[in-house]
Ligand binder design. Structure first.
Ligand code: ZN
Length: 147
């Protein structure tokens, strides 16, 4: 379900931000973090608090508030990380015009920013299908070779 929604958003959804803009935000988000930085470091850097919330309405896995990200918990670590990254992406994009496709593209870029790919560093732990989608974007956009 989530996989098909995200795949269609990312591959066919309306996006307003360019690949370069998305990558630049991801670079900004990772600024100052070490090679072993993880999702918790991104959250700290953004100065928000992640609150696990089981009682979100159907169809919603999270909500980005000004200082708080409500995220539906999951026993699957990769899915939890993906949900947190998605709310972080919404938080980063809150001050500019964007679409949900942009939010998902940034979600995936936060998990594995181009500069970390280039340096041979691993992605954050996200579901295999999401990582595959990210690799596809990197190949198609050529943000890797462009830099
Ligand atoms: Zn969303």
């Amino acid at each position: 379900m989530l996989q098909s929604v995200v795949t269609s958003e990312v591959t066919a959804g309306l996006s307003l931000l360019s690949d370069q803009e998305i990558e630049a935000i991801a670079v900004d988000a990772w600024q100052g973090l070490s090679d072993v930085g993880d999702v918790d470091d991104l959250v700290r850097r953004r100065e928000v608090e992640v609150v696990p919330e089981r009682n979100l309405p159907d169809g919603f896995d999270g909500l980005a508030l000004p200082h708080k990200l409500l995220v539906r918990p999951s026993r699957i670590r990769g899915l939890w990380v993906l949900r947190v990254l998605h709310e972080l992406a919404h938080h980063w994009l809150a001050s500019r015009f964007h679409t949900h496709a942009d939010a998902w593209r940034l979600t995936l870029a936060l998990a594995w920013p181009a500069f970390r790919v280039r340096r041979g560093l691993r992605s954050l732990e996200i579901p295999e299908w999401a990582l595959t989608l990210r690799v596809l974007i990197l190949e198609e956009s050529r943000v890797i070779s462009a830099a």
